[in-house]
Design a protein around this ligand. Structure first.
Ligand SMILES: [Zn+2]
Ligand SMILES: [Zn+2]
Length: 814
């Protein structure tokens, strides 16, 4: 098999050698299981045997072997084995998404039936009918499949009706724990704590935790933080892998991607493609069909299918079955379902866009690999800093340290929600609480939200809350159909769903019409305008408390509590196709939206003298750039540059006297020459001249550029998403009396993202410097210093000054 198409777009290629599988025998007391494995000639991989033995030994485990290495067998077999001793043994299996839980239900049930056991499996989620719920509680299944959301609102607070379930609880399985980062992960820590209190109440023996994760940095540390107990790591996979080719394609247009997929179908190469949205998956599938028709292969158009959220479990399993039997050869999948897909081994995996973390990239790439057959893994990066970072530094796909999920179980706003629920579930003895929890409990007591007597905390029944956000959420209602299409957390509402905004949902555009603050509802209508909106913001930051500080060279670093006040003053309309600013709309005084919150931040200050240094270095550099540009063009097209001497003489005078009049004369002399340049060269020329004209602003432009770039590459270190952090830069901060860059957590109370910068600024600045200096653009672009969430619509940015500043910071950190 060879993928030859678009060879010219391949900017990087690497071969990975095959690895042979390792097996290990293991004896089960469960005879049904033992016979089943013998009959089916299933040999267990070494990591499966290792994990099962650890679990038998009552150890909590975290398993991080690759996709399709049979991780689910580990917990299923462990649970079945336990049934020999106690047929009433129960387990909770938690999946991060409802759809995933429903999927796994069928799969576990099938396996149990095949083995010939009468173990019971049930799903308990929002769709489980009332009568069924009652049955499940009365007659608990061996496998209870649910989500953390349901555990939080529907199971733990009603534990008294689940008593026989908790009395027999032996295992708690958490799948895909790498997705439990940030807010949701911080909530889950608290949910697990609540679960453990309840189990301790019903049962003398603690349940064993079996956790699975994609490859992350230090999984043992993360898993034990999540469940609050010691965990043993199983990461050496026995599954083996076929030879693999990893490729990065650059500048692929959608039609070319469609063509690549169509060619794969024609060549009988099974392919999975990952895209960002439901709409993208539908559109790309249509384009592949069109391409097949154009190639005269109408017979193959049923071989491509979208694979997205919104299908029933039956529909999904039908698609999966068609994929396994090669009746579908190309699946265009959204990320929402990536974890549950069961489609066997494929030959090619294409990622349209970097998935945000290396953990997810390798998890997706793991989908491709048929025994002894070469597998193709293709990354097609988009135009943003993070995606382009790997185009500029492809080896880092293999060499970079994996990300570490970040959680903060002690976020006060999260604790405030759990402590009253916890007190309602079972009265809390004071000694159960940590110092942070006690402080929150004291506050709750003052507010009369909890009661205290007999050295215990009590609370009445609490309102349910979402674990998907820290703040409250708003419903989004489509007015024409009067249908709820989703919800949005109040943390990002003012940026993405302010009046006049184009709200993007599942790849479709909705115009925001009205916000009802009282009903917490946003009314939208579907629209097909060609533009998107970007908020125009103004942010202020105040340091409330410095928790730690240090000096590295001439850089001073701080971390601590900050207060952030952001106002949305209006918005920009931007044409998507041409990437052009169309208009700016400002709100009236009363319409301005403001959000103020306390969070965690890190900031670093640099010497005042750097302002002058950067301005001068950048100025001299751009003059040199201008001169060599003119000389180079003059050489390419001799004779065209009529007023060359005049231009150079005035440039010389401009530098000597620093009088901008001379620059204007020089530019006039260059003018006739400009018309002969290509558009690209003319833009380059204009970028250089702009930087020279705005030399005084270049330090601000550098601080702003470094701030954007730092935020752009931040997920490489903190595994965060775009909205998780914010930044502010200033050439004079009243906190430090110096030029300062601030990075802060985007959530009330903080999750722990910002402090990563306090500890890893040096590595981060290395990436920032590489990212900007290796970028081939002339005046900044989305791959280096432009940010999609800039509150100043990417004005006041200076690319060359950003290179000087990031280099200066980096040198100072060594
Ligand atoms: Zn660039
Ligand atoms: Zn900005």
């Amino acid at each position: 098999m060879e993928i030859l198409k678009y060879k010219n777009k391949v900017v990087y290629e690497k071969y990975l050698l095959p690895i042979s599988p390792q097996f290990k025998d293991i004896k089960f007391e469960n005879k049904h299981l033992e016979n089943f494995l013998k009959e089916k000639k299933i040999k267990l991989y070494s990591h499966q045997a290792e994990a099962i033995n650890l679990i038998k030994d009552n150890k909590n485990v975290v398993i991080t072997t690759p996709t399709a290495s049979g991780k689910s067998y580990i917990y299923i077999f462990s649970i079945l084995e336990k049934l020999v001793k106690n047929p009433y043994s129960t387990s909770i299996i938690l999946f991060p998404l409802k759809a995933l839980a429903r999927d796994q239900y069928g799969k576990i049930l099938d396996l149990i039936n095949e083995i010939g056991l009468d173990a019971t499996v049930e799903v308990y989620d929002g769709d489980t009918p009332k009568e069924k719920r009652r049955q499940i509680k009365q007659n608990p299944p061996n496998f209870l499949i649910t989500t953390p959301d349901m555990l939080n609102v529907g199971i733990l607070p009603y534990h008294t009706t689940w008593s026989s379930f908790f009395e027999n609880l032996d295992f708690v399985v958490l799948d895909e724990i790498h997705s439990y980062r940030g807010i949701i992960g911080s909530h889950i820590c608290n949910i697990i704590k609540r679960l453990k209190r309840i189990t301790a109440f019903y049962k003398s023996k603690k349940p064993i935790f079996i956790t699975n994760s994609a490859t992350i940095h230090n999984p043992e540390k993360f898993a034990s933080k999540l469940i609050g107990e010691k965990v043993v790591e199983v990461s050496k996979s026995g599954a083996g892998s076929p030879p693999k080719v990893i490729q990065i394609y650059q500048n692929m247009r959608t039609l070319e991607v469609a063509d690549l997929i169509a060619e794969n179908i024609i060549k009988d190469i099974s392919t999975i493609v990952f895209v960002d949205s439901r709409k993208e998956s539908e559109l790309l599938s249509l384009r592949v069909k069109d391409t097949l028709i154009k190639k005269g292969r109408e017979d193959l158009i049923d071989k491509v299918s979208p694979y997205r959220s919104g299908y029933t479990p039956e529909e999904r399993r039908e698609i999966e079955f068609k994929a396994i039997t090669r009746n579908i050869l190309a699946l265009i999948s959204t990320s929402a379902l990536e974890m549950g897909i069961d489609i066997g081994d494929l030959e090619c995996c294409i990622l349209v866009g970097y998935p945000g973390t290396l953990a997810q990239l390798w998890q997706r790439f793991g989908r491709a690999g048929r025994r002894n057959k070469k597998a193709y893994n293709i990354l097609i990066p988009k135009r943003n800093a993070l995606d382009q970072y790997f185009v500029k530094n492809p080896e880092e796909l293999f060499q970079r340290q994996m990300e570490e999920p970040i959680i903060n179980p002690y976020n006060k706003h999260i604790l405030r929600k759990h402590i009253p629920v916890m007190a309602n579930e079972l009265p809390i003895k004071l000694q159960e609480l940590t110092e942070e929890e006690k402080e929150v409990a004291r506050q709750l007591f003052k507010e009369k939200k909890i009661r205290f007597y007999n050295n215990k905390l009590y609370a009445s029944k609490q309102q349910p809350f979402s674990i998907r956000s820290a703040g409250q959420s708003y419903k989004i209602v489509e007015t024409v159909k009067n249908k709820i299409i989703g919800d949005i957390s109040e943390d990002i509402l003012l940026y993405e769903a302010h009046p006049g905004a184009i709200y993007l949902h599942n790849g479709e555009k909705f115009a925001v019409e009205h916000i009802d603050q009282k009903e917490k509802t946003i009314y939208v209508v579907k629209t097909s305008v060609s533009y998107i909106t970007e908020p125009l913001k103004e942010s202020f930051i105040d340091v409330i408390e410095i928790e730690d500080s240090k000096n590295l060279g001439s850089i001073e670093l701080f971390k601590g509590k900050v207060n952030v006040k952001t106002s949305v003053l209006g918005y920009t309309l931007r044409d998507l196709e041409r990437d052009e600013k169309l208009n700016e709309i400002f709100f009236s005084e009363e319409e301005i939206l403001t959000r103020e919150f306390e969070t965690e931040g890190f900031w670093f200050a640099m010497p005042e003298s750097w302002e002058k240094y950067i301005i001068n270095a950048n100025f001299r550099y751009n003059i040199r750039l201008l001169k060599s540009f003119l000389l180079e063009k003059d050489k390419e097209t001799p004779g065209f540059f009529v007023y060359k001497d005049l231009a150079f003489e005035n440039l010389r005078l401009f530098i000597e006297k620093e009088d901008f009049d001379y620059l204007e004369i020089a530019l006039k002399a260059i003018n006739p020459f400009l018309n002969k340049l290509s558009e690209k060269d003319r833009n380059r020329f204009n970028d250089i001249v702009k930087r020279i004209r705005e030399r005084r602003k270049s330090f601000i432009g550098a601080l702003h550029g470094v701030e954007h770039s730092l935020i752009g590459i931040y997920p490489l270190f903190a595994m965060n998403d775009r909205w998780d952090i914010g930044g502010i830069s200033t050439n004079f901060s009243p906190d430090t009396n110096k030029p300062t860059i601030y990075i802060y957590d985007g959530y009330e109370g903080g999750v722990g993202y910002a402090e990563v910068g306090f500890y890893r600024l040096k590595e981060m600045m290395e990436s920032v410097y590489k990212n900007i200096s290796k970028c081939k653009c002339s005046g900044g672009c989305p791959s280096c210093i432009f940010s999609p969430k800039c509150g100043n619509s990417n004005d006041y940015l200076d690319k060359t000054a950003s290179i000087f500043l990031s280099h200066k910071i980096l040198k100072s950190l060594y």
